[in-house]
Write a protein that binds this ligand. Structure first.
Ligand SMILES: Nc1nc2c(ncn2[C@@H]2O[C@H](COP(=O)(O)OP(=O)(O)OP(=O)(O)O)[C@@H](O)[C@H]2O)c(=O)[nH]1
Length: 517
């Protein structure tokens, strides 16, 4: 499965020709990581450490304009899905941990059963304060081990701010407190919970497995709000009306309001006018033309993510505004890559918040990826450099670096991201080989501004749009593609590990136009 899957999702480029220069002289203190990886010193000159400048109005406005994020999806991956990908489900990891806990073991109090450490609720001021006050020891990021009994008494719902995160794995949501004790953990971690090896009668499964939907069905379901709103309005517009200038204008307005963008709206109305002016038009006619025109816009940007594995590692830097799904997307990508037999390292370059580091660590564990993190508030560029060195030393195929998106102003954003790119370039002038930006579909038009900003700051080479499930604003991907013409590699339609799929222009265009395949 390994190579065929990789070929489907990623393509491979030519080997790099430029020699890798020697590491730059280092001047700063060595840092520690969560793993017992050897830690490199910060490659950045002391004078480079200062981030420049005061607030820049444009980014403040763009970030402030961001609309409230819509409700999170309930869609979750199943244990089977994870198994299909060669990823060990968190439930099994937990079972293993719980089995170990029987004797003396430990559970991180910040990561109770089935829950990711919460990432929301913390504020810029808090982050700034942490940075002001100085760096926090890693033990605060990964708290001291505690006795198993205490770990199991931790409430299932953790509230560390204004919201709590849903469980990672589908089966976790069915579990109630006290369902599982260390004594109940299966002795063999290869078997799912509730099964035992040997001649023991198998208990009835608690949940009847649901038939697995095809990707297109899941895409259709995810985009149902976008398409039903759009097709409903179009059907209402064309009830018993011939196509004239007025209906064309109304249709154009409607398509623009659906976030498709002026350019695509005009393409649809022009084609419709050329085919059916003065004639009766049905909603189906419009949907067909709309799907065809949208596909024309999307086809040039629907590209596979190119991995040049001769780099060892191919370095992917992931950027984007806070909450757009960077960390989750990194986890999903890591699952695909490591499930296909590649050696992956995840680097927690979002050093602003402890929970961001913890969440990435959990994704690394789940996906059997290597992990490198650093102290809260530490210099992200230094971590990126260390990560690159370690990934090289450990012969990783792919290094994926998370970054902070919660930055107060454009100058700080530019300084941090530019510095990361600069220090990576000291180890390989082509690095980062890919700069991915995550975009949250629910933010609508604001996503257009975000691409503008991060393109300029970080040299974004491709996009991943997340949260296309359950939003009525999926049309924004069409507007972004028409305006920026950047490759769109994947789309996210849920929080689960398998809710990330390669972007297919035809599928997306048909799903948004409400056309069945
Ligand atoms: N419904 C849905 N939720 C998603 C998707 N991708 C990510 N999320 C959720 O969005 C929330 C934010 O995702 P994160 O991965 O933490 O975002 P981030 O950009 O790393 O945020 P920071 O680390 O805070 O900068 C989490 O609750 C994710 O589970 C998606 O495709 N669909």
């Amino acid at each position: 499965m390994a190579l065929s899957f990789i070929k489907k999702v990623f393509t491979f480029g030519k080997p790099a020709e430029e020699p890798v220069p020697e590491a730059a002289e280092r001047e700063l203190e060595p840092r520690s990581s969560d793993e017992d990886l050897p830690i490199a010193a910060d490659p950045v000159l002391a004078e480079e450490m200062d981030t420049a400048g005061g607030p820049a109005a444009d980014i403040d406005e763009a970030l402030a304009e961001q609309e409230p994020v819509e409700a999170q999806s309930e869609l979750l991956p199943t244990v089977d899905d994870l198994g299909d990908m060669g990823v060990v489900p968190l439930s099994l990891l937990e079972a293993e941990a719980e089995a170990n806990a029987d004797d003396a073991a430990v559970a991180p109090p910040s990561v109770p059963s089935g829950h990711l450490p919460h990432k929301g609720g913390d504020r810029l001021e808090d982050d700034a304060a942490v940075r002001e006050e100085g760096r926090v020891e890693p033990t605060e990021v990964f708290p001291e081990e505690i006795p198993a009994e205490e770990a199991h008494n931790i409430p299932v719902e953790v509230e560390q701010g204004s919201q709590s995160l849903p469980p990672l794995v589908g089966e976790m949501s069915d579990r109630t407190e006290g369902d599982v004790t260390p004594a109940e953990a299966p002795p063999n971690p290869i078997l799912p919970r509730g099964f035992a090896s040997g001649p023991v009668a198998e208990p009835e499964p608690l949940v009847t497995p649901q038939p697995r939907l095809s990707w297109f069905q899941r895409l259709r379901n995810g985009l149902a709000r976008t398409s039903s709103q759009l097709t409903g309005q179009i059907a209402a517009l064309f009830t018993k009306r011939k196509l004239d200038d007025e209906t064309l204008q109304d249709l154009e307005d409607l398509l623009i309001q659906a976030d498709l963008g002026v350019e695509t709206a005009m393409r649809v109305t022009d084609t419709l006018a050329s085919e059916r002016y003065g004639k009766d038009v049905t909603g189906e006619d419009v949907s067909r033309i709309m799907a065809s025109e949208i596909a024309k816009v999307l086809k040039p940007v629907a590209k596979p993510l190119q991995l040049d594995l001769s780099h060892k590692p191919h370095v992917i830097l992931v950027v984007g505004v806070n909450g757009t799904g960077k960390t989750t997307t990194i986890g999903k990508l890591a699952a695909k890559l490591s499930g296909s037999g590649l050696k992956v390292m995840l680097a927690a370059g979002d050093t602003f918040r402890a929970a961001a580091i913890e969440q990435l660590k959990i994704w690394a564990d789940r996906t059997k990826s290597e992990f490198i993190g650093t102290k809260l508030g530490a210099d992200a560029a230094g971590l990126a450099y260390d990560a690159f060195e370690q990934a090289k030393a450990r012969k990783c195929d792919v290094l994926i670096i998370d970054t902070a998106g919660r930055l107060q102003n454009k100058a700080e954003l530019m300084a941090e991201l530019e510095k990361i790119v600069r220090v990576l370039g000291k180890l390989d002038p082509d690095a980062p080989h890919t700069v991915l930006q995550t975009l949250d579909a629910t933010t609508g038009q604001n996503a257009l501004n975000q691409v503008e900003i991060f393109r300029n700051v970080a040299g974004v080479s491709g996009l991943i749009m997340t949260k296309l499930d359950g939003t009525a604003r999926g049309g924004i991907l069409v507007a972004i593609s028409a305006k920026h013409k950047l490759p769109v590699y994947f789309i996210g339609v849920g929080e689960g590990v398998d809710d990330l799929e390669p972007f297919e222009a035809e599928d997306f265009a048909q799903a948004i136009a409400g056309i069945s395949q």
